[in-house]
Design a protein around this ligand. Structure first.
Ligand code: ADP
Length: 423
């Protein structure tokens, strides 16, 4: 294969796809792998995104998986490493952003990196180190109710500092606005002061483009997907060309939704409101031993010829809390993920060729159940969500087109619109 410019490590599956999408839009040919591959990459790509499911696991395990991904990317010749996390900086008090970033810095022998979850196209902006989601601070957004990573502090410097022994600093908006040279000077200044990780402000795409050249020499970047828009030019790559081309799509259409994020709840309601066929998975009935996956599949099969079907566990904060109080956070999440993953596989076996999955953890569970090893990234449906093409032993014929949607992403009509964007 050709030179691999950028080697990326993403802490969840939809996040990986979101990053890959921005790189494709910048003109890079991108392959996403599910976990660390066993052998060398057998496809041409300018960037590879290794998708892990390490966001909410124990920090030690997240570090070990991330280092394994780093070693594989280095063996493929990656020139720069990009650790991708969520644009809402999803993490638990123990990590895993700080511990993973620190371990990657040690392994790469670098004393400085940035942290910037900004993704202005999706309303995630950072100003004076504070993360905004749309018009409100992170801790006032729906993220405060997230089932696994509730975010209750909007100061990224504070959140990151609590996860690492390294000093965390800030590259503020005035500096970013002043351009790449000013950012380079600020990095040198912070380094001189012993700061090893700097949160970087960005409120629009111009800020991210300004950042790009200033980051070219850093061995490691840690960021959401937004920072990626300024990087392809560092490698002499411009938007356009054939980077987003996928094989033609075929087969029935379906949506599997395990996200409880505000955007997904609105998307589920919109799909049902338009008369879409939908089947709800109740976690308490799952826990009582009912095989709801089998019931959902029996319900879905005769409907597949008519249009997209939706199978969802998506619920509001009170319902989620009630379920978690009964079952525990982890058990509830795992029971739902396992059921939805079984549904996704059954749907593909029943002839679904275009599958939308809503939710990061949910997507991880579904692609694992489908034994998808890697995906080629195609055209964007909505900011952060591209169509992808994968091989799976469960699909007939041409393979499977997948759209893995991070919970908070997509407009209200996403579950309908996705199928109107031909992959
Ligand atoms: P997002 O991208 O919005 O964060 P995820 O799929 O990553 O979505 O996380 C949602 C988590 O909530 C998953 O572990 C999922 O299994 C769990 N979940 C989904 N529906 C329910 C529910 N009704 N009650 C409790 N937990 C749920």
């Amino acid at each position: 294969m050709d030179t691999l410019h950028l080697g990326c490590i993403a802490d969840d599956f939809t996040g990986a796809t979101d990053l890959a999408n921005n790189l494709v839009r910048g003109g890079m040919r991108v392959v996403q792998t599910m976990g660390v591959p066993d052998g060398p990459l057998d496809a041409s790509a300018d960037a590879v995104v290794v998708a892990l499911k390490s966001r909410t696991i124990a920090p030690g395990a997240a570090v070990a998986q991330s280092l394994a991904a780093l070693r594989w990317l280095q063996a493929q010749g990656a020139r720069q490493i990009y650790f991708k996390y969520c644009s809402t900086f999803d993490s638990t008090p123990a990590g895993n952003i700080g511990p993973v970033a620190g371990a990657l810095m040690d392994a790469l022998g670098t004393d400085f990196t940035i942290a910037c979850p900004a993704f202005p196209a999706n309303g995630r902006t950072v100003f004076k180190g504070y993360l905004f989601v749309g018009d409100v601070l992170l801790h006032e957004s729906g993220m405060r109710h997230h089932p696994l990573t509730p975010m209750t502090d909007s100061s990224l410097v504070r959140v990151l500092q609590a996860q690492t022994a390294r000093r965390v600093g800030l590259i503020d908006h005035a500096c970013v606005r002043a351009g790449a040279d000013a950012i380079r000077r600020r990095i040198a200044q912070l380094r001189g002061e012993g700061v090893q990780m700097a949160v970087v402000d960005a409120v629009d795409d111009a800020d991210l483009h300004a950042m790009g050249p200033a980051l070219a020499e850093l061995p490691l970047l840690t960021a959401g997907s937004g920072v990626a828009i300024g990087l392809p030019r560092n490698f002499g790559i411009a938007p356009g060309g054939q980077a987003a081309q996928l094989p033609p799509a075929a087969g029935a259409r379906a949506i599997v939704s395990g996200s409880c994020s505000a955007a997904t709840r609105a998307q589920v309601a919109d799909f049902i409101g338009r008369g879409g066929a939908a089947f709800a998975i109740d976690p308490l009935r799952l826990a009582a031993g009912e095989d709801l996956a089998a019931q959902a599949l029996a319900w879905a099969r005769p409907r597949l010829a008519e249009g997209p079907v939706l199978v969802y566990a998506t619920a509001g904060p009170e319902a989620v809390q009630a379920v978690q109080a009964r079952l525990g956070v982890e058990r509830a999440g795992q029971a739902v993920e396992a059921a939805l993953a079984a549904v996704a596989r059954g749907l593909v076996e029943a002839g679904v060729g275009r599958l939308v999955v809503a939710g990061g953890e949910t997507s991880g569970a579904c692609v694992q159940a489908l034994a998808v090893e890697r995906m080629r990234i195609g055209p964007q449906i909505a900011p952060g969500v591209p169509w992808c093409h994968a091989r799976t032993p469960y699909a007939q014929g041409l393979g499977l087109h997948l759209a893995l949607k991070s919970g908070n992403f997509g407009a209200v009509g996403f579950f309908t619109d996705a199928f109107e964007h031909p992959p």
